[in-house]
Every structure is written in structure tokens, then in C-alpha cells.
Design a protein around this ligand. Structure first.
Ligand SMILES: [Zn+2]
Length: 182
């Protein structure tokens, strides 16, 4: 037998074996549907659940609320875990609370802030330096003390240095100072 023929034969045997195996699995599944339920690909099952909650956001939030009420300890743990792996988001949430306490008008969402960061390419709105979780701050373009709001339109990402130097100046006043000091 030629090598080529031998290889083709090997290949067809392999394919037939696979087909038989798959057919056996299918047959087993069909006759044990109930028992097999728990053995569905867990990743696929999770994805299906995620899609379901996405389609029914009101049910999802009601369900989450119920779970939090029934599992206060687990809920605390999961919040802690989330906070630990999302330090930047936690920072923004704290900022948002602090801003609200200052009685200024307006509010913003995490999504709005993330879009803003992307718009500015994760760079300081004033000096253009790259921002990281240590240097990033939320700057009120028009300072609260001069009638600015907490709406996203009045907020930009700025580095710590610019934010503290700008203080109660408007962007124009601060940029003039920046140019003058170069
Ligand atoms: Zn800066």
C-alpha cells in the first residue's frame, strides 16, 4: 500500500470513529435528558443567563435586590471583591458622593465618566500628560465656587498637579497661566 493510501485510510477511520462517538453521545443525551441537564457546558449556560438578564433588566435588578437581602454576608463579600478589583471605579463613586454633598447642581454616571476619559484619550485636559489611577482627578471646568455644576459637561479628567494649580480658575484663566509660565 502506498503511503498516501495508508494516510487516507487512517484519516477515514479517524473520522468514522469521531462520528460514532458523537452519535453515541447524542443517543446517550437523548435517553438521559433529565440527568444530563446539570452537565450542559457551564460557560454556555452562564452566557445564556447573562443574555436573559440583559433582555430583562428590571427582573435582573429585582432579583439582585432579593439576593442581597437574603444573603447579606455574601453580598458584603461580593461588594468588597468588586471594590478590590475596580479601584478606579470606587474612586469615582466616592468623588460623586463628595460632589453631591457640596450642594452643587447635577450628577454624572460611571458610563458618562468612562466616555469622557476615552474622549480625552486618558490624558490630562490641560497639560496633556498621560493619566493613571494615581494621578487622575475629576476637574470642574467651571469651579463649583463659581457656579459650575456636577454635570458631565462641566467635568474633565486632569492630573493632580493641574487640578490643584487650577483651583478656582476657569480653563481659560488656567491655560493662560500655563502659557505664561512656559
Ligand atoms: Zn495636567
Amino acid at each position: 500500500m502506498k503511503d498516501e493510501d495508508r494516510f487516507l485510510r487512517f484519516l477515514s477511520v479517524l473520522i468514522i470513529h469521531r462520528m460514532l462517538k458523537r452519535a453515541r453521545q447524542r443517543e446517550y443525551y437523548d435517553s438521559h435528558k433529565e440527568q444530563c441537564k446539570g452537565y450542559v457546558d457551564p460557560e454556555k449556560a452562564r452566557e445564556a443567563t447573562r443574555q436573559y438578564w440583559k433582555r430583562h433588566p428590571e427582573k435582573a435588578s429585582a432579583n439582585a435586590k432579593r439576593w442581597h437581602q437574603n444573603n447579606p454576608d455574601k453580598a458584603k463579600e461580593s461588594v468588597k471583591r468588586w471594590q478590590k478589583s475596580n479601584p478606579d471605579k470606587v474612586k469615582i463613586i466616592h468623588k460623586r458622593k463628595a460632589f453631591r454633598k457640596r450642594n452643587a447642581e447635577g450628577n454624572f454616571t460611571l458610563e458618562e465618566w468612562n466616555a469622557k476619559l476615552e474622549e480625552y484619550n486618558y490624558k490630562c485636559a490641560y497639560c496633556g500628560c498621560e493619566l493613571n489611577s494615581d494621578t487622575i482627578t475629576v476637574d470642574h471646568r467651571i469651579p463649583l465656587s463659581r457656579g459650575g455644576t456636577n454635570y458631565i459637561g462641566n467635568l474633565v479628567p486632569a492630573c493632580k498637579s493641574c487640578n490643584s494649580k487650577k483651583h478656582t480658575k476657569t480653563p481659560e484663566e488656567y491655560l493662560m497661566q500655563l502659557e505664561g509660565s512656559v
